[in-house]
Write a new protein. Structure first.
Length: 296
């Protein structure tokens, strides 16, 4: 690889790991692994270092497959159902989120994860670099959940979580948790946090001798689950992309159906209220048993 491509400087494009992340191929860290495996080429030559730069017009391949031109950044809200894993491939053969998405979507990566039995809002994007940025606790975005637990709720112990807690040697940051309703030994809580470590809520609740029986993410930063039906996907509109992320956006996919011709945002026609996500046997309540949240 030439020194011109390997040396950092103005006008040399962007580092190849970032390029692959923005193309939705892999995270920057995973892209570096691919480079170390010799799986990435630039203009026919194997890339030897993540410090290599990609300029407009360069040809990049991963495992022999060409990486297409970068598409505009797109962001989607998805209502993840119970029973799906948030990976592209699962070694155990379990169904994945990406296998269940509607046809016609670009290749997407998730922003954060929800485990197999967790439900609710999952943000998806075609821009791996954006996904990495929005996952960082430093962006200050709260992730809010509705949590059903079994056991005796100690409200003083919930309030104490705001100081942070260490469970089995793992230190968790401040968690805001409050009791919403209680019926016998079952209760609904609202829990908000910024870190989102692996199975954080379940482990912390277990530390308080509470067993999580249902966990639904209802907000990720400014993005709300709202009344999006289970299994549905909806593209974030251009105005929200500009205001919240500072990026532009192409025409939207509205609940799985691409809309190729839209009027300007300020001239968009009024839409009828979308159907509520309902639980079987209780047509007037949301999946978590309370009034539905409106979209932010």
């Amino acid at each position: 690889m030439s020194a011109a491509n390997s040396d950092e400087g103005a006008g040399r494009g962007e580092r190849i790991a970032k390029f692959l992340a923005r193309a939705g191929i892999a995270s920057r860290r995973d892209a570096e692994v691919l480079i170390g495996q010799g799986a990435v080429t630039l203009n026919g030559a194997v890339v030897e270092t993540p410090a290599t730069f990609v300029a407009p017009g360069d040809a990049v391949t991963v495992n022999g497959r060409p990486v297409g031109a970068l598409e505009p950044t797109r962001l989607f809200r998805y209502h993840k159902p119970d029973g799906l894993v948030t990976t592209h491939k699962d070694p155990q053969g379990r169904p994945t989120v990406f296998e269940k998405l509607p046809a016609g979507l670009p290749r997407l990566v998730s922003i954060g994860r929800l485990d197999l039995t967790s439900e609710g809002l999952l943000l998806l994007t075609n821009d791996g670099a954006l996904a990495r940025r929005l996952e960082l606790p430093s962006n200050g975005w709260l992730r809010r959940y509705r949590v059903r637990v079994h056991g005796r709720v100690n409200e003083a112990a919930l309030a104490w979580l705001a100081r942070g807690v260490t469970v089995e040697g793992v230190k968790y940051g401040p968690i805001q948790a409050g009791l919403d309703s209680r019926q016998g030994t079952n209760a609904w809580l609202t829990v908000s946090l910024q870190e989102g470590k692996n199975r954080e809520i379940r482990r912390v609740m277990q530390h308080l001798e509470l067993h999580v029986t249902r966990l639904i993410r209802v907000a990720y930063g400014p993005f709300q689950l709202g009344t999006l039906p289970v299994g549905a996907v909806e593209e974030v509109n251009a105005r929200t992309m500009r205001e919240q992320l500072g990026v532009g956006a192409p025409p939207r996919i509205q609940r799985g159906v691409e809309r190729t011709e839209l009027p300007p945002d300020d001239a968009a026609p009024r839409r009828t209220r979308p159907p509520r996500a309902r639980r079987a046997g209780d047509p007037h309540r949301t999946p978590w048993g309370g009034k539905p949240h409106t979209e932010g």
